[in-house]
Design a protein around this ligand. Structure first.
Ligand SMILES: Nc1ncnc2c1ncn2[C@@H]1O[C@H](COP(=O)(O)OP(=O)(O)OP(=O)(O)O)[C@@H](O)[C@H]1O
Ligand SMILES: [Mg+2]
Length: 113
């Protein structure tokens, strides 16, 4: 299993949810976050308070998926989310050792189906 963390523009939430669903991943978690990348959060049109604004609103969506879904997921995220402009976001992929569905005690892959 892999954990997929997607940090991107808030308006991409619905599209992301659909992408995860098509990759056998019914569950996901989303948070509102603030962040910056290589541009240090600088947006000319948002610089009304001077250089003190250096974080922009983003969403962090994470989900735990089967290993074999990862490449397809990344391809679909790139296609559906990417605009080719700065701030499109990042995806981080990490190993997940185990999972458990609390209601049934199912473990591993059974817990994320
Ligand atoms: N190395 C990182 N670690 C953790 N979060 C990051 C990292 N890089 C970017 N982020 C998060 O992703 C968001 C979007 O980053 P962004 O797409 O601007 O990355 P970038 O590297 O600047 O690429 P680009 O040049 O396309 O803008 C940031 O606001 C931040 O929340
Ligand atoms: Mg950037």
């Amino acid at each position: 299993m892999k954990r997929i963390d997607v940090i991107t523009r808030p308006e991409k939430l619905v599209g992301l949810k659909e992408i995860f669903a098509t990759h056998n991943c019914p569950g996901m978690t989303a948070l509102s976050v603030m962040g910056c990348g290589r541009q240090h959060g600088y947006l000319p049109e948002m610089n009304f308070m001077g250089d003190d604004i250096n974080l922009l609103p983003k969403i962090l969506v994470f989900a735990v998926v089967e290993d074999e879904e990862v490449e397809g997921l990344l391809a679909d995220i790139s296609t559906a989310i990417g605009t080719g402009t700065n701030g499109d976001g990042k995806v981080f992929v990490t190993d997940v050792l185990d999972a458990m569905r609390i209601r049934t005690n199912e473990r591993g892959s059974d817990a994320i189906k």
